[in-house]
Write a protein that binds this ligand. Sequence first.
Ligand code: ZN
Length: 349
Amino acid sequence: MPWSLKFGSIFGIPIELHITFLLLLLIFSIFGFIPLLVIVLLFASVLVHELAHSLVGRHYGAKIKKITLLPIGGVSQMEAIPKGHEFAIAVIGPFTSIALGAVLFLFGSLFGLNMYFDLNWVELTSLKDIVRIVMSLNFLLGLFNIIPAFPMDGGRVLRAFLSTRMEYLKATEISVRIGQGLAIVFAFVGVFYNPWLIIIAFFIYIGGMGEYQSTQMSSALKGIKVKDLMVKDVVTVSPQDTLEDFEKLLIEKRHKGYPVVFDGNLLGIITINELLSVPRIKWIETKVQDVMVKDIIIASPKMEVFELHKKLTEKNLGRAPVLENGKLIGFISKTDILKFSEILMLKRM
Ligand SMILES: [Zn+2]
């Protein structure tokens, strides 16, 4: 997620803090130490909630990339949610938050504290009140996430339920529509009562749309392999070529990117972007090897194109060479994958 800072890692899962959390810390430090402490404990509560999702996800074989913490909740990024286990992975989050709230309730009551639902923490003066507030925040976190507003937990539970009776894509579509409807309600209520709701509504609306598009694409591209879409007669560039030579090739061949190959070995890729990053007067003395991208993704012919598309997007790359037994056999671009998926989606409409 953009605007996130790496903060540490737990159980081998990197934890990122969204910048708005730091902003919140800064704002609440004005109100004094206790409100600040509440924010830190809210952060810990969201972290416990997300760890629950991640650990259950990992139990079912998902690779957890990272957890990003936002003030309104967190995001556990998994490499593909294991089919058939979305229900368990989603439901454990709210369950954990509510259980944590219940534990705090018992703990507070045991020590004679007055435990009731209360979120007004700005004017707190006693450390004892913190237990009550953190309990309330955990209940809120748990209950709010049960609302079936996809991509929130409740919405994921809904999709998991729907997908037992219909196609996964259809189940996603219905869940997203319901989520977006609820987002509009949240935004409307937010205008009158609480501006936080407007921000949450925004995340739900955009998040739902993104996930629907990605599900749509993955279902359209299902079963399509890299070898089905790759360009086979690959034009390669030598690392010794100057950028001026490369420009000529660009004009002649009209592709935007090329693999760089020397002596049969793939060294990297070069695109029009690398060319344009060097001032024109230096093109004559700059070699392809000086500017080529070396940190690339290598595709195999049997890889699913959707998986490759995801990897390219994560790494912010536009294309990948295809290797079989160490030999360059093709080249595939994200634009080609996208165009192809759009055509397939048209066919299904
Ligand atoms: Zn959750």
